[in-house]
Ligand binder design. Structure first.
Ligand code: NAD
Ligand code: TYD
Length: 353
């Protein structure tokens, strides 16, 4: 079996669902269930013996040791993290706890487990670390996209904590020989995306008749990838990636935030027109910019395309349409997310805007 951490979050839950849809190898899912973890995302796996869920912290060495000894995974895939830049600006401490210290503790337990494996299993074992393009910092308009050789220049507490975890993963390979793989992916979107991030927030607020908050001038650029394509890239890297290597993952989809917001508004105008006949774009509200806001991210995905033959299946147009349709069809999921801690966070985040 494989051990997935953070498998109740946005990308982790999509990964677990996709994994079990394409093969039968069981998944042990270790997730702390922070505000971002939602077991409802995995409701389709209820009663499925191939999925074993354990609530716990990647930074709990005794728990991780017990799980590794009991389940003997052939690979560990580390999705668990604090992931929201704005939260990292308000409260960086938990990002250090989970992304830096937690990843270190997980690595250390995995190393102890791996070092005792019989030779064939030791050789085949993999630790795959799921990271972000944000570790590379911000690009100027004419800069080439981030390659794997770009220097790390993280600018937010979130990206700095992810950069630190990437460095520890690298060090565990270089120093101890742990067979690691690292993926650095661009911004994801799709089903089960927690509505604090731009795309789901805009969909949910638009439908609720609320303002659509655009930071600053809305001309910041992100490189968007449908979550299912990120999951297929991770499966491919796990299967065939060269040990010790990093792979940048992206779909060549650079778009300014304001374009993203307007695209969503246009889709909603088509799929769920406003009752008053007006356009959703009228709800756009420019708000105070994020401190230290990175201007542009872009991924050069040629290495994973060339070496592993990976390509995204969705274009932005197909992926965003699917995503908007998913949110329209899952109003109950949104409602239950919003009745939790999420609501307090939104009030705090936008009160001053
Ligand atoms: P998310 O915030 O939606 O989910 C994180 C999950 O990790 C949650 O289920 C949470 O309960 C769990 N978790 C948090 N702390 C934990 C701990 N100490 N122990 C165990 N579980 C813990 O995040 P996401 O968007 O699904 O991102 C998953 C991974 O992908 C992260 O490592 C993130 O840095 C990386 N990533 C995200 C994006 C993106 O656009 N969302 C892009 C590239 C890389
Ligand atoms: P986000 O989804 O938080 O991802 P990240 O900061 O990791 O890239 O934000 C995506 C972009 O959208 C980013 O440039 C910040 C911007 N943004 C807004 O303009 N308004 C919002 O309400 C949010 C949450 C983000």
């Amino acid at each position: 079996m494989i051990l997935v951490t953070g498998g109740a979050g946005f990308i982790g839950s999509n990964f677990v669902l996709d994994w079990l849809a394409v093969q039968d190898e069981p998944v042990l899912n270790l997730d702390k269930l922070t505000y971002a973890g939602n077991l409802e995302n995995l409701a389709a796996l209820q009663g499925d013996a191939r999925h074993v869920f354990v609530q716990g912290d990647i930074g709990d060495p005794a728990l991780v040791r017990t799980l590794l000894a009991k389940h003997e995974p052939r690979a560990v895939l580390n999705f668990a993290a604090e992931s929201h830049v704005d939260r990292s600006i308000h409260a960086p401490g938990t990002f250090i706890d989970t992304n830096v210290v937690g990843t270190f503790r997980l690595l250390d337990e995995v190393r102890a487990y791996w070092s005792e494996l019989p030779p064939a299993q030791k050789e085949a074992f993999r630790f795959l670390h799921v990271s972000t393009d944000e570790v590379y910092g911000s690009l100027a308009p004419a800069d080439p996209a981030f390659g794997e050789q770009n220097r790390y220049e993280p600018n937010s507490p979130y990206s700095a904590s992810k950069a630190a975890s990437d460095h520890m993963v690298r060090a565990y390979h270089h120093t101890y020989g742990l067979p690691v793989l690292t993926t650095n992916c661009s911004n994801n979107y799709g089903p089960f995306h927690f509505p604090e991030k731009l795309i789901p927030l805009v969909i949910v607020n638009a439908l609720a008749g609320k303002p659509l908050p655009v930071y600053g001038d809305g001309q910041q650029i992100r490189d968007w990838l449908y979550v299912g394509d990120h999951c297929s890239a991770i499966r491919r890297v796990l299967e065939a990636g060269r040990v010790g290597e990093t792979y940048n993952v992206g779909g060549w989809n650079e778009k300014p935030n304001l374009d993203i917001v307007r695209t969503i508004c246009a889709l909603l105008d088509e799929l769920r027109p406003r009752a008053d006949g007006r356009r959703y774009a009228e709800q756009v509200a420019f708000v105070k910019d994020r401190p230290g806001h990175d201007r542009r991210y872009a991924i050069d995905a040629r290495k994973i395309e060339r070496e592993l033959g990976w390509k995204p299946a969705e274009t932005f147009e197909t992926g965003i349409r699917k995503t908007v349709q998913w949110y329209l069809a899952h109003a109950d999921w949104v409602q239950r997310v919003q009745s939790g801690a999420y609501r307090d966070w939104i009030a705090q985040q936008y009160a001053a805007a």
